[in-house]
Every structure is written in structure tokens, then in C-alpha cells.
Design a binder for this molecule. Structure first.
Ligand code: SF4
Length: 420
């Protein structure tokens, strides 16, 4: 076959993909979230809307993780030709997703071992995770709950939820309930109303956090009716928050902004928990652009997760140093409310820890001085320990040699730096 024939075949294929996309987008009322869900594209049907690479074909056929499915809305944000498009990488599995590596586990955080009743994890004393359902609008390839998300056998029945409420009711130390799954906003309005009402009636529960990716993958789900329900339970008794997961600036659309504004009008503050994903958002520039857009959407940064050791995750994992480098890059380039905490949820159920660059260099005991490196300028700065402190022994010590090297070129509160 001549190269020109190959080119024309590729053009035909793309012509079909492009036409298929137009046909799909115009086949139902675009802003109707139920129609979006009914028209989700699943498994190898996705080849009508993407020029699949051989690796993506293998990934779809052999994935060892959750189902493959996406809303037409989310597909419309992706590139049909470019296999490195960040949105596409979150929709379509690659071949690496079919390899279960030795360091991986279906439940790396031990959420099931820390589950006293089906569908509830009690890891921190005052908080629980309640898995209300296991359906989502899009099944994200990096999902850390692939062990049960999209699995119909994991369905939570009303009696399962009642058992969870009973557990919460009988543990007065629980103040904060995170609704997760799956995506709790994929439940019906009536079910969400019922769950929030149940929580509101438990006197010691003061906070409810909705973990949802619908503002990203199906913003039309955030209807006025749903927001009215949420607002009706967002009372003196219960404070409702929302944490969502935008991972790339391409997801920050006008539709997403409209969804977030509706939640804000219902008194729900919205935070973002992105996941650091290799080849998708693993650079300071991409994360800066994302977090600038999020502030325009009125979303505050919350977490940037190091991906979990789930099956088939090697393709998404970055070196730990990459996350630390990104946090260092962001500091000084965007307001603090736009900088996420880089967290590692410790394998084996150790809970979250945060990691930052080494801006604190140590304590120089002879002078009772703390020594810092500026994230903004890279200069060294000194701050004394309070005279009445009894905590001097708790700091890592700065060596004599470092002090000799740094102190002549450092700045304190009373001194001016060169460029001031
Ligand atoms: S929306 Fe959340 S729970 Fe659902 S697949 Fe994506 S990351 Fe997993």
C-alpha cells in the first residue's frame, strides 16, 4: 500500500470518528444529565469516538481494574487523535493497566480491614468514610477504589446503609462523615435527600463531606433541584462541604463553573483533591495552570494525592520527588489558597501525611535561631525561638558548618534584603 493510501485511510477513519462524535452529541438533549448517563459509551464502543492505539485496545480488553465507560460530555473534552491527551488518558486504559505488579494491592490503604460494617471505613477517630454506592459518571482509570467501583455485586442496599447509620449513631466520637463511593451524586435526588436527612438527625454528626467528580465529568448533574435538597440539609445542625477532583485545566469548562456556582449558592464550599498522574499533570506548569483555573471557578485547592499502589497503577505513578518539586514550584506563583498539600495516603492504613520541600533547614542552638530557605527567592532567613520556649530540644539541629556558610548571607526581621 502506498503512503498516500495509508494517509487517506487514516483521514477516512478520523472522518468517521469526527462524524460519530457529532452524531452522538446531537442525538439527545446535551444538558439533560439522565440522557448523558443513558448515552455513556462503554468498552470497545469507544473505538467509534477515538482512533485507538493498539495499546489502548489491549487495555480495554484486558484491564484488571474497573469498567471502561464515559459520558459524552467528558468524551467531548478529549482529543480523538492524540493518545497523549490528558482527558483521554483518564478515559481509556493502556496496556500497562492489565499488569498486576508485586508492590500493588486491590486495597492498599486497608479500607476493608478498617471496616466495621459493610460500606463504612473507620480509620480516623472522629471521621468515617461511607461508601453510598459504586457507580460513577465516568470510570477514571486512576481510581483508587477499582476493587469495588463499577462492580454491581458491591451494591449498597437500604439495609446496608441503615447498618452504617446505626454504627455512626452508636459512636458519639464521629463528627464528620465523608460520603464517597463511587460517586454519591450518582444516586437519585430522593436517595441523597434520605441519606442527608438521616445524617442530620444524628446529633453528634456536625460535618458531611460530599466526594464527587460530577462537577468534572457530568456538571449537568448539579441541578437546581439537587442543590435545593442539599441546601435544605445544610443547616445549623449539619455543615455540608464538597470535595471534587479536577486533574487538568482542560476540565475547567464554563459548564463546570456553572455547576460549582450552584453548589456555592447552596452554601456548600468546594475544594479540589487532584491526583498527581504521570503524563497527565506531572509538571509544575500544568499544575499551576490547573490551580489558576480552579480559583477562577472559585474552588480552593485542598490535596494533591500521590497515586495509590492499586493494581495496574505503574503507568500513572511518578517519583515522590516530583510531587515535592511541584509544590515548591507553585509556592510564590499563586496565592496560598491555590496550592494543594501534597499528600501520601500511607500504604497499610497509616493515614495521610503531607510532604513539602525542605524550606526549614534546622535550629542553630548556640544562637537559638531557626534557619529557613525562601521558597520565593532561594535566600536564607533567620527567626529566633521565643525566649521563654521550653521546646528547643524538639528541632532538628543545624550544623556549625552550615551556620558558618549560611549566616553571613541571611536575612532577619530587622534587616533588609538587597533588592528592597
Ligand atoms: S469518579 Fe471517583 S470513584 Fe468514580 S471512578 Fe472516578 S475516581 Fe473513582
Amino acid at each position: 500500500m502506498k503512503p498516500s493510501d495509508l494517509n487517506s485511510q487514516a483521514a477516512d477513519l478520523f472522518g468517521n470518528v469526527s462524524q460519530n462524535r457529532s452524531d452522538l452529541y446531537s442525538s439527545f438533549l446535551w444538558t439533560d444529565y439522565k440522557a448523558q448517563l443513558q448515552n455513556r459509551v462503554k468498552g470497545l464502543e469507544l473505538e467509534k469516538y477515538f482512533e485507538l492505539t493498539p495499546g489502548e485496545r489491549i487495555g480495554i480488553a484486558d484491564t484488571i481494574r474497573l469498567n471502561v465507560s464515559a459520558t459524552p460530555y467528558y468524551i467531548s473534552l478529549s482529543d480523538p487523535e492524540d493518545s497523549n491527551c490528558p482527558i483521554r488518558r483518564m478515559i481509556l486504559p493502556r496496556e500497562s493497566e492489565s499488569v498486576f505488579s508485586p508492590e500493588e494491592s486491590s486495597d492498599p490503604l486497608h479500607e476493608e480491614r478498617l471496616s466495621p460494617v459493610k460500606g463504612l471505613t473507620h480509620m480516623y477517630p472522629d471521621r468515617v468514610l461511607l461508601f453510598t454506592n459504586h457507580e460513577c459518571s465516568v470510570y477514571c482509570r486512576h481510581c483508587m477504589r477499582g476493587r469495588k467501583v463499577s462492580d454491581s455485586k458491591e451494591r449498597m442496599l437500604t439495609e446496608d446503609l441503615e447498618a452504617c447509620f446505626e454504627y455512626i449513631r452508636s459512636h458519639s466520637e464521629i463528627r464528620d462523615v465523608v460520603l464517597s463511593g463511587g460517586d454519591p451524586l450518582n444516586l437519585s435526588d430522593a436517595k441523597i435527600d434520605w441519606i442527608l436527612e438521616r445524617l442530620e438527625k444524628i446529633e453528634h454528626v456536625k460535618i458531611c463531606r460530599l466526594g464527587t467528580r460530577n462537577p468534572v465529568t457530568l456538571p449537568f448533574r448539579i441541578t437546581s433541584e439537587l442543590c435545593n435538597i442539599i441546601e435544605s440539609h445544610n443547616t445549623d445542625r449539619l455543615s455540608i462541604f464538597c470535595n471534587t477532583q479536577f486533574n487538568h485545566a482542560k476540565e475547567c469548562t464554563p459548564e463546570a463553573k456553572e455547576a460549582v456556582l450552584k453548589l456555592l449558592k447552596a452554601g456548600v464550599s468546594v475544594g479540589n483533591q487532584c491526583v498527581l498522574l504521570k503524563g497527565i499533570n506531572d509538571s509544575g506548569e500544568i499544575m499551576l495552570e490547573l490551580h489558576k483555573k480552579l480559583l477562577e471557578l472559585r474552588i480552593r485547592a485542598y490535596y494533591m494525592y500521590d497515586p495509590e499502589l492499586i493494581p495496574g497503577s505503574r503507568g500513572f505513578r511518578t517519583p515522590l520527588a516530583k510531587g515535592i518539586e511541584i509544590v515548591g514550584y507553585l509556592r510564590g506563583k499563586i496565592a496560598g489558597m491555590g496550592i494543594p498539600s501534597f499528600v501520601n495516603d500511607l500504604p497499610g492504613g497509616g493515614g495521610k501525611i503531607t510532604m513539602t520541600p525542605d524550606w526549614y533547614l534546622g535550629f542553630y542552638k548556640p544562637k537559638r535561631m531557626h534557619v529557613f530557605r525562601s521558597a520565593l527567592r532561594g535566600t536564607y532567613h533567620l527567626s529566633p525561638e521565643p525566649p521563654d520556649s521550653t521546646m528547643e530540644e524538639s528541632y532538628p539541629l543545624l550544623s556549625e558548618e552550615m551556620w558558618e556558610r549560611i549566616s553571613p548571607n541571611s536575612y532577619g526581621a530587622g534587616e533588609k534584603s538587597d533588592d528592597e
